[in-house]
Design a binder for this molecule. Structure first.
Ligand code: TYD
Length: 201
C-alpha cells in the first residue's frame, strides 16, 4: 500500500539510501519495488534519454516538463498503481515533487500549473511519505560530478531556485526533511526510525 518517495538535489545521496531501504524491506520479507524518474518503464527510459541528452540544449521548459510527466504517467499506470493495489511497498527515486522544485521553481513554470498537470498524470496518486534529503550549496559543489547530464549542467542560480522550491514544499506533513550532509549510516538510521514509526514495523 505505501508509496515512499525520495527527493533532493543532485548529490544528496538518494540512490544509496534507496538501496539500503530496499535491502531492509527484503530482509524482513516485505515486498518492495524500486523505480526511478524520469524512467522506470521502457517508454520512460526512452523519454529519459531525450531529457538528459546534452545535445538537446534548446529544449523548451514546457517541453521538458511535459516529457517528464509523460514518463511519470506511464510509470504510475504500468507499475506504481498495480503494485500499490497488491499491497506492496513502492519506492520511487524522484516523483511529483521533483517537477515542482525543478520545473515549477527552477524553470519558473510555477507551482500551480505543475501541480495541476502532475495530478492529471498520476491520477492523484500521492506519496504516503517523502524523504527530502537536504544538503547545502557547499556540499552540492563538493559532490558535483564531472560528467553531467543536460539538467545537471545548469548553473548554481538554477539549483538555488530548486532548493528554494524544496524548502517551501517540504514543510507539508507528508515530508520528512533529513540533514543529508552527514554520514550515510546516520541518514539511514533517521530514515528507518521514520519508516518504523509510520508503518508500525
Ligand atoms: P536523477 O536520475 O536523480 O539524476 P542522477 O542521474 O544523478 O541519479 O535525475 C536526473 C535529472 O532529472 C536531475 O538533474 C533532476 C531532473 N528532474 C527534473 O528536473 N524534474 C523531474 O520531475 C525529475 C523526475 C527529474
Amino acid at each position: 500500500m505505501p508509496l515512499i518517495t525520495f527527493e533532493g538535489i543532485d548529490g544528496c545521496g538518494k540512490s544509496t539510501q534507496i538501496l539500503m531501504l530496499k535491502d531492509y524491506f527484503e530482509k524482513r520479507k516485505l515486498k518492495c519495488s524500486v523505480f526511478r524518474e524520469p524512467g522506470g518503464t521502457v517508454i520512460g527510459e526512452k523519454i529519459r534519454d531525450i531529457l538528459l541528452d546534452n545535445q538537446n540544449s534548446i529544449m523548451d521548459p514546457k517541453a521538458e516538463f511535459l516529457l517528464l510527466v509523460a514518463s511519470r504517467a506511464q510509470l504510475v499506470h504500468e507499475h506504481i498503481k498495480p503494485r500499490l493495489e497488491l499491497g506492496e511497498f513502492v519506492i520511487v527515486d524522484r516523483y511529483i515533487d521533483s517537477s515542482v522544485a525543478y520545473q515549477g521553481f527552477g524553470r519558473g513554470l510555477g507551482k500551480k500549473i505543475v501541480t495541476f498537470i502532475n495530478e492529471f498524470a498520476t491520477e492523484l496518486v500521492y506519496p504516503d511519505l517523502t524523504f527530502y534529503l537536504e544538503i547545502d550549496e557547499k556540499t552540492f559543489e563538493m559532490r558535483r560530478k564531472e560528467k553531467r547530464d543536460r539538467i545537471e549542467s545548469e548553473g548554481i542560480e538554477f539549483i538555488r531556485k530548486v532548493m528554494e522550491g524544496y524548502s517551501e514544499i517540504s514543510s507539508s506533513k507528508r515530508f520528512v526533511k533529513i540533514d543529508a550532509r552527514v554520514d550515510q549510516n546516520q541518514i539511514f538510521v533517521a530514515i528507518i526510525k521514520e519508516i518504523e514509526r509510520r508503518f508500525n514495523l
